[in-house]
Each structure stands twice: as structure tokens, then as C-alpha cells.
Design a protein. Sequence first.
Length: 87
Amino acid sequence: MVVFALTGRIQTEQVKELKALLQSESTDRDIALDLKEVKLVDREAVRFLLETEAEGTELRNCCAYIREWMSQEKHGMQLREAESRRG
């Protein structure tokens, strides 16, 4: 398992770099992001974390406010998808 410890802020500017980093890792190994020292995220970062977790990356030590925001964002995305299918 490869564990990347992230610190400080994760914002739109860092998301592209994090995606490239994760893509560069071998798919043979499990990957985890340790978010213990992450203090601030923006919406793009939350969406990135949702996508990354859905693809199998483990999110460790994710604080409650980020988890809650992820849950809200996921729910909102599901509602938008349902509305777009209807009409």
C-alpha cells in the first residue's frame, strides 16, 4: 500500500497535480490518502475526493466537516443526474 500524507489546503490548483500523481502510481498497489493534516478544501477538492474514493482510493483520517461536505456534494450530484434524466 502506498500512503500519501496531505497537509494544509487542497484547492482547485492542487487537484490537477494530485490526479497526475495518483495516475502515475502503479495500479498494482492500493493507494491511500491520509488527510489528517488537511485543514481546508474547496468544492473541486471535495469532488476530487469523492471521485478518488469511488475509484478505490482509501481516505484516511478524513475530518467530519470534509466527510459531511462530500456527502452533501454526492447527494446534490445524484439529484442533478436524476433531474437531467427526467427532462
